[in-house]
Design a protein around this ligand. Structure first.
Ligand code: RIB
Ligand code: CA
Length: 333
């Protein structure tokens, strides 16, 4: 049974892997994509998303440009030292013939939530500005969606953009605070689990040697990403932040430990700005239930994620594609 998915992203390199993963997953049907400024501007993220969709043979998936600036302040220019100037590791994708749709990302999210009442899965892998705007447009949004999964935050782990803040939350703390305070259950996929889900060079070589253009393009993008993360891990590899959030959102990967806790976001202008303040004091008692807690914080997984990611990508993009009658050879896409 495939679930309708709305993906909100700042297409960067791991966003690209998350999108390719969702297109490849038999559990997901991507019904709409919204972009937001983060790794790159919302407009550049939309360009990257359109081009990857086209390469993947999914150009019909609608893409809406979302918020350029956060709720407070303005877009800071992106993270070229992590994702490249173009956001996808300086890999040049063939330009898609498709264009973005006229509606905003927030308008798309509200429209899709009404179109798929009770079944739309929201996967947010960038700053949360569009989700906050969608909550303003449609206050009943929490009652319309099936689930909300957010790649962001850090519960017990350190931050990555400041000592305590993770990038997606730090880029728009006010939006993140509104999303965590809304009347829905949020699954948070924080650095605690994403930094422990590492893709190694041998995984990347498998992607690079694929007969399909999509895994090869992802492998090329990861070359740039690995150079950044080598400075953190001490070897060529990378975290898999966004594809892990996507896999958890569609139920393809199961958490081993994911307590439901109270969580808030520091929106001060002090050193804690952008921190996800998760009440993890149940740690020593096995995280007993907490009344009023709505935030499920994924801390660890049942199994290693990287093999599943690679197998899912290759299984889909290397599948023989039925050729029109009369042709002799089925070519992988
Ligand atoms: O902190 C990691 C997150 O920030 C990922 O979603 C990455 O793509 C960036 O958006
Ligand atoms: Ca992202």
């Amino acid at each position: 049974m495939t679930a309708p998915v709305y993906l909100d992203c700042d297409t960067g390199i791991d966003d690209a892997l998350a999108l390719a993963y969702l297109l490849a997953s038999p559990l997901a049907s991507v019904v709409g994509i919204g972009t937001v400024s983060g790794n790159v501007s919302a407009a550049v993220g939309a360009r990257n998303t359109l081009d990857l969709l086209s390469l993947a043979g999914a150009a019909s998936v609608p893409v809406a440009v979302g918020a350029h600036d956060p709720l407070v302040g303005s877009f800071g220019g992106g993270s070229p030292w992590v994702h490249g100037e173009n956001g996808v590791g300086e890999v040049v994708l063939a330009p898609s013939a498709a264009s973005v749709v006229a509606e905003s990302a927030a308008e798309m999210l509200v429209r899709l939530a009404r179109l798929y009442p009770g079944s739309l899965r929201v996967v947010a892998i960038g700053p949360l500005t569009n989700l906050a705007e969608a909550l303003r447009l449609e206050p009943a949004l929490p009652s319309l969606v099936e689930s909300v999964t957010v790649m962001g935050g850090a519960a017990l782990a350190p931050g990555n953009i400041t000592p305590v803040a993770e990038a997606n939350i730090w880029h728009d703390p006010e939006a993140a605070a509104l999303v965590l305070a809304a009347d829905w259950d949020v699954t948070l996929v924080p650095l605690d689990v994403t930094m422990a889900s590492v893709l190694e060079e041998h995984h990347r070589q498998v992607l690079l040697s694929s007969p399909s253009a999509v895994p090869r393009a992802l492998g090329e993008m990861l070359g740039y990403y690995f150079r950044f993360y080598e400075g953190i891990y001490g070897r060529p590899c990378s975290a898999m932040h966004d594809p892990l959030a996507a896999a958890l959102a569609v139920g393809a990967v199961q958490p081993a430990l994911a307590p439901v806790v109270r969580a808030a976001v520091d929106t001060s202008d002090g050193p804690g700005r952008g921190q996800t303040v998760c009440d993890m004091r149940g740690l020593y008692a096995g995280y007993p239930p907490v009344s009023g807690a709505r935030c499920r914080v994924v801390l660890s997984l049942e199994e290693d994620f990287a093999p599943h990611l690679v197998e899912t990508l290759l299984g889909h993009f290397e599948r023989p594609v039925a050729e029109p009658a009369g042709s002799l050879v089925a070519e992988p896409v």
